[in-house]
Design a protein around this ligand. Sequence first.
Ligand code: ADP
Ligand code: DP6
Ligand code: CO
Length: 386
Amino acid sequence: MADEIPTRKWVFMVTAQTATNIAVIKYWGKRDETLILPINDSISVTLDPAHLCTTTTVAVSPSFEKDRMWLNGKEISLSGDRYQNCLREIRSCASDVEDEKKGIKITKKDWEKLYLHIDSHNNFPTAAGLASSAAGFACLGLFRQPSALGSRSRSMGLRRDTCCFGFNTVNQVFALAKLMNVKEDQGKLSAIARQGSGSACRSLYGGFVKWNMGKAEDGSDSIAVQLADEKHWDDLVIVIAVVSSRQKETSSTTGMHESVETSMLIQHRAEEVVPERIIQMEEAIKNHDFLSFARLTCADSNQFHAVCLDTCPPIFYMNDTSHRQAFASLFFYAHLDCGIVIINCVEKWNRSEGTPQLATGSSHCRRLLFFLSHILHSRSVESGAV
Ligand code: ADP
Ligand code: DP6
Ligand code: CO
């Protein structure tokens, strides 16, 4: 920092918006819990950030006295390893940032001394099974839109006379990385996001994304790659319907740890089942082969839940509504020639005409959803038979 800077009040910030991703071949189980290295490859679809997303503002200022973070408006502790690892890794890659007009320069060395304030919001339930950790850690991450600096700065306890500056438009890059002018490539950023939450490394890309488990002990080859971009399969419709917004009883991190420790099925899945499925899924995506895509997605989801049941004590991520909708989604892919993957269903959906939360607003999708809700409604009375 130039000498006169510390006497001035300034804050430098960027705002990011990142979509969550939903795995169609699931990551479940780690071989290294610190570096977050998985026991199998996984494939996911990144949703449209206009629907389910995390918005994060990261700010730096000489007036900040420690690193702080607010999640959905509530201050949370940054003392956990995952946040610490992400912050440390990004800081180590920081380089000089200069705003000539404002006469502010932050050098590589300054980044070691400057503290950060992070303000993050998920527009969907947190820790409820909709991959908030993926969008969240990638968003400490992806920078997209700069709006609402004013309201955000207030939420971070900044004074009104603070001079705020930030970027206006940037392509998708890791947001803290943008703030600190990190020049590393997407692969390296994906590896950093991975250390926040495994699934986060896949949210650095849109479309269809594969996370290669890698072989290296230091995790350098355990990174995500884009298989196909978001335009590749235009008529694939993904509907996310929320069965419950409640926090999961078992977090993914704890759940997969216990599965690795106690499940007999998990190793068979990782070694004998997933490798073949990954090849088939890549083919299905490449060829727009919906029937194979849907069959593999459902089979893999079911096996993931089977591993959870095979864990001691067993983990239940599905409720009765989920079970009914799992049947309904099978019904759909068998009878319609358009794509639909139901991940979850709205709680109370069966009881009334409650409005499902759509991951897409197309009328086509609404029609599908109407059918689905109808089927769920009629199946609920005979769920024993499903
Ligand atoms: P989910 O199914 O929602 O991913 P997880 O159990 O995997 O549930 O992860 C939830 C955890 O992810 C939260 O307790 C929090 O630590 C972290 N997380 C969620 N949202 C964010 C966010 N926006 N920014 C940073 N971390 C987040
Ligand atoms: C079932 O990435 O949330 O959603 O790496 O411990 O943070 P950590 O776990 P997380 O696990 C996601 C599990 C899953 C499947 C998937 O997204 O591939
Ligand atoms: Co998660």
